[in-house]
Design a protein around this ligand. Structure first.
Ligand code: IMP
Length: 462
């Protein structure tokens, strides 16, 4: 723990230190509220994220709208890929719960790219084409939308503010390009499955035509017009607002999505997402330089989870994982998929939280889920080629498999009593305190917050 409590003020970024699903939503909501932050700024990812919040409005699962919207102005920067249908249904859900949404508390960057139906189709087709080597994406169109953004293709939220005739012309141009691309991918996916050659010529033609029929331009146009009406008032350039509050020393919380270990460049490539989940993702999309960000806090779970494919050095046996999965409710908030579970991995968490995401300190979530264990393992390093390393050496997926890396564990005694009532480090059973200190030791990062339950008071500062 950091010896003097620092509080939260100024521009502070929160990130995910592991493979995503660390409980960032709940942590961000609580930090935003406690710091009376003026803004909560989402800067990366898309609706592949699922941030769960528990507060006076009950349980809310958000995918795009920042978790701090309940008490602060929420801003989505140009770094976020926005599916207009999804954000509209989130706004509706919040509205039904009694959370007022207006341009006063929700700003959407005109620079954000839109995720369109073709991105979702291309995502699914690409996964089919990958066959055995699939990534296990969330199927939300993130990779193709990010690829289009890099290739300078596609529609941005700001296009919704164009006169209808200009927007329609843009849509038609885009549709032509996307239809051709989808047709090609449809063929690729079919070739990979190896059955295309087996089909009759007629069936082949039908298949290709299906790709062409995929995009109903009238339906898409309708969706764009609804988006124009509903989202239009919130679409703006939020940069001057972000900069002014930053320069005035106001508190703004950056809300990360996904986690460092699935970061597009620093994660376990190719089993990664397509945006930068770290401090640099925040800096790129807010244009606030890294040295002006006051603090970066990584949220890390007290154990590891992962959804989708890719290496996970400390993965548990099936029966160990099943018990933890049930107790921790480890099922994807976006896709409902069961999450893979593992022992806390110090080197991997250090890599995700510190190296990829630039965090200085940790907030540990879900410590209470481990209350039942009699013995708990913590990975403090990897043995690679007979040598011990306390830091991850190479994040590429092929360098992290069981044939390359053997995790080295410390075995700690469990505490086997409830921690859910703890409101300070001193309230924790001695073995739980030792466990938290082992997390600090194996990551080389101070643990400054611990959460032992979903309710607001169940997160305390150390
Ligand atoms: P994509 O972001 O949908 O392209 O998925 C790429 C990889 O990142 C897959 O393994 C997903 O399961 C994983 N992923 C994406 N978003 C999240 C998240 O919010 N939590 C956990 N894993 C995620």
């Amino acid at each position: 723990m950091t010896n003097s409590p620092e509080g939260i003020h100024g521009t502070t970024v929160t990130v995910g230190g592991q493979w995503g699903d660390e409980g960032k939503g709940a942590v961000v909501e609580r930090l935003t509220r406690r710091a009376s932050a003026k803004n909560v700024i989402r800067f990366s990812g898309a609706d592949n994220a699922g941030h769960t919040v528990y507060n006076e409005f009950g349980k809310t699962v958000l995918h795009l709208i920042p978790s701090g919207i309940f008490t602060a102005r929420a801003i989505l920067t140009g770094g976020v890929l926005i599916n207009p249908e999804r954000i509209m249904s989130e706004m509706e859900e919040l509205d039904e719960k009694g959370v007022d949404i207006s341009p006063d508390n929700l700003l959407l960057s005109e620079h954000a790219h839109m995720i369109m139906p073709w991105h979702v189709s291309r995502d699914k087709l690409k996964e089919a084409a990958r066959g055995e080597g699939k990534i296990g994406t969330t199927g939300r169109g993130v990779g193709p939308a990010a690829a289009d953004r890099t290739a300078r293709e596609g529609l941005r939220l700001g296009d919704l503010l164009l006169p209808e005739s200009d927007l329609e012309a843009k849509l038609m141009k885009e549709l032509t390009f996307q239809t051709a691309l989808t047709e090609m991918m449809q063929l690729q996916a079919t070739f990979t499955r190896g059955d295309f050659d087996e089909m009759s010529h007629y069936a082949q033609m039908q298949l290709m035509r299906k790709a062409l029929d995929r995009y109903d331009s009238a339906k898409i146009w309708d969706m764009l017009i609804r988006s124009k009406e509903t989202l239009g008032p919130m679409i703006a350039n939020p940069l001057p607002v972000i900069w002014k509050d930053h320069d005035d020393g106001e508190t703004s919380i950056g809300e990360g999505a996904q986690g460092g270990l699935i970061g597009s460049v620093g994660g376990t490539y190719p089993y990664v997402t397509s945006t930068n989940p770290g401090l640099l993702g925040f800096c790129e999309s807010t244009m606030i330089p890294p040295h002006e960000v006051r603090d970066t806090i990584a949220v890390a779970k007290a154990y590891m989870t992962r959804v989708g494919e890719g290496p996970m050095p400390t993965e548990m046996t099936d029966s160990e994982a099943e018990e933890l999965r049930q107790l921790g409710g480890e099922f994807g908030a976006t896709t409902g998929r069961p999450r893979r579970c593992g022992w806390f991995d110090g080197p991997a968490t250090r890599h995700g939280a510190h190296r990829v995401c630039g965090a200085r300190r940790l907030a540990i979530s879900k410590l209470d889920i481990l209350d039942y264990m009699d013995e708990i393992r913590v990975c403090d390093g990897y043995v690679i080629g007979g040598k011990f390393y306390n830091e991850l050496q190479n994040p590429s997926a092929d360098q992290l498999g069981p044939d390359v890396v053997t995790p080295h564990y410390r075995i700690l005694k469990g505490w086997q009593e409830s921690t859910t009532g703890a409101r300070s480090f001193a309230d924790l059973p001695e073995n739980a305190q030792k466990y938290v200190l082992a997390l600090e030791d194996t990551t080389g990062m101070p643990v400054d917050f611990v959460s032992v339950g979903p309710e607001s008071e169940a997160m305390f500062e150390l």
